[in-house]
Design a protein around this ligand. Sequence first.
Ligand SMILES: *[C@@H]1O[C@H](CO)[C@@H](O)[C@H](O)[C@H]1NC(C)=O
Ligand SMILES: *[C@@H]1O[C@H](CO)[C@@H](O)[C@H](O)[C@H]1NC(C)=O
Ligand SMILES: *[C@@H]1O[C@H](CO)[C@@H](O)[C@H](O)[C@H]1NC(C)=O
Ligand SMILES: *[C@@H]1O[C@H](CO)[C@@H](O)[C@H](O)[C@H]1NC(C)=O
Length: 593
Amino acid sequence: MGGFAWSTSAFDSKSGQVILLVLLVMTASFYTGTFFGRNSSSTPSSSSELIGSPIFSNKVTLTHHKSPLKIPETGMNICPMEFNEHIPCHDPSYIKELMPNLDLSKREDLERHCPPLERRLFCLIPPPQDYKMPVRWPTSRDYVWRSNVNHTRLSEVKGGQNWVHEKDQLWWFPGGGTHFKHGASEYIQRLGNMTTDETGDLRSAGVYQVLDVGCGVASFSAYLLPLNVQTMSFAPKDGHENQIQFALERGIAAMISALSTKQLPYPSRSFEMVHCSRCRVDWHENDGILLKEINRLLRPNGYFVYSAPPAYRKDKDYPIIWDKLVNITSGMCWKLIARKIQTAIWMKEADQACLQHNAEQNLVNICDSVDDHKPSWKTPLRNCVALGTTGSEKLPPIPHRLSVYSESLNDIGITQEKFLADTLYWQDQVRHYWRLMNVDDTSVRNIMDMNALYGGFAVAFSTWPVWVMNVVPATMNNTLSAIYERGLIGAFHDWCEPFSSYPRTYDLLHASYLFSHYGNHQDGCSLEDIMLEMDRLIRPQGFVIIRDDESIISRIREIAPKFLWEVKSYVLENQQQQSEPLLICQKKFWAIA
Ligand SMILES: *[C@@H]1O[C@H](CO)[C@@H](O)[C@H](O)[C@H]1NC(C)=O
Ligand SMILES: *[C@@H]1O[C@H](CO)[C@@H](O)[C@H](O)[C@H]1NC(C)=O
Ligand SMILES: *[C@@H]1O[C@H](CO)[C@@H](O)[C@H](O)[C@H]1NC(C)=O
Ligand SMILES: *[C@@H]1O[C@H](CO)[C@@H](O)[C@H](O)[C@H]1NC(C)=O
């Protein structure tokens, strides 16, 4: 099993090291085999074998970004093996250097810190030893390959809390968590009871979009899926546990992020519930500034669910912390609607009179009205609460929510007709994509739309067993609010910097007019830099679909083979029925032998 062979070798004279790059392919049985067949006690199996014997000339050598950028004749260099989990803006060795200047009491060390350009790598990230094609959804909810996330630490620390266990070559996720040893489903049912006076589930409480803070291996999100509830899960990269890597390997929406000194990269009023189950955030510190960020993210009448010792324990400092939480939340006019079995739930009441009153009593600050439509990207936290004006209209349940036309689109000149045309257009395009990629449905689970506009691409996938991370570049108009109002999830990002995700975490990247948006080629935004980051994010044999101006397309077509991408060119129509060039690239499954 997993017997790797290698096809060719090159001698790197500089390092005097023999480099072997191999091309791997999984046998068909891996895809088609129903993992458990009739015997649910057996475990997935894999095998790999060599196809062809292409000659790789790429060298394995640590290479940094140099201006002007130059791709070697031999193809992009490959970073050494120890970089196989490299996340440029969460690099422990770089953050260690910054430590003396970071506010550790606010955990600023957990936030993004991108190294200056000359410190950035300019080589392809290799997979770890014995990397296997990921287990496919829905089996991956419960099992992933151990060799793909080779960290025993989480199971050692959290095994007793039923998060994850070792099982032969696999990790097994029984669906537990620190706070729900008896399983996430039961816990979710209990939250439904608490928000509905025992009369219903979270859906009847109006909860369809959830933000999970400090999500662990994202079992909460996984078990909300049967209710059609969409969850954005995040956790910091905390050294040894790789929670987000586990979540994404399982096929669950997640990204690295931290509540510290800056706003989260999500728009205001986007979630009906924010969940913290022992999420290790000190909500009561700094005047409750982190709870004010949660207040920003919650929709009117949204819930904050807090399952942590201050909610139920009477020893140590817990009662004092609880009192502080009560002070902060009542200052913001949140209402404690339930407190039992180790969980407290507050509701953000859309009560303007209460906020005005508390502001007069100096119990809370009201934010100066700032442009709420601006993308929250590198925006410092604000120790204040906005007086809600818009966004209080109640959204329909999912899936009806998918067709909601947000007033915020009107504000940036997108008419309802244009919105509708966009939705229909992407339905059509996604069908074409699938035909052209010629893959079966199960081979794609984690999708990112790198320039999501109004989310039409993601809507076209709404009935598929996939999830889509909708990314809106921070330099564009904020259409992410409108995407959230459609019941979808996503984040702001600036593609001049690497994304906060582990390597090999997406099966499909979609880049529609992304490169031309960054066309001015300022440092860190060159086409090669963005391609390198795409290569890091995409799984072996994953796809990259690129639409753009002819000149950009031909440049990418030229250099894609140097990234070890197979590239195919097509022509489809744009929304004006003019033909438009398109590239479908597939990352080869290669490894350092
Ligand atoms: C996993 O990591 C351990 C050391 O941390 C190493 O000995 C082992 O070979 C690794 N396994 C795989 C499959 O890479
Ligand atoms: C939720 O409430 C229903 C109806 O009262 C009850 O049958 C069920 O056991 C409750 N679930 C949990 C987890 O408390
Ligand atoms: C809560 O607020 C009250 C009145 O504003 C104040 O007396 C009390 O000390 C506060 N408690 C904490 C724990 O901050
Ligand atoms: C952003 O919105 C403004 C109107 O608020 C519009 O004039 C402009 O063209 C939009 N920019 C983009 C890139 O769509």
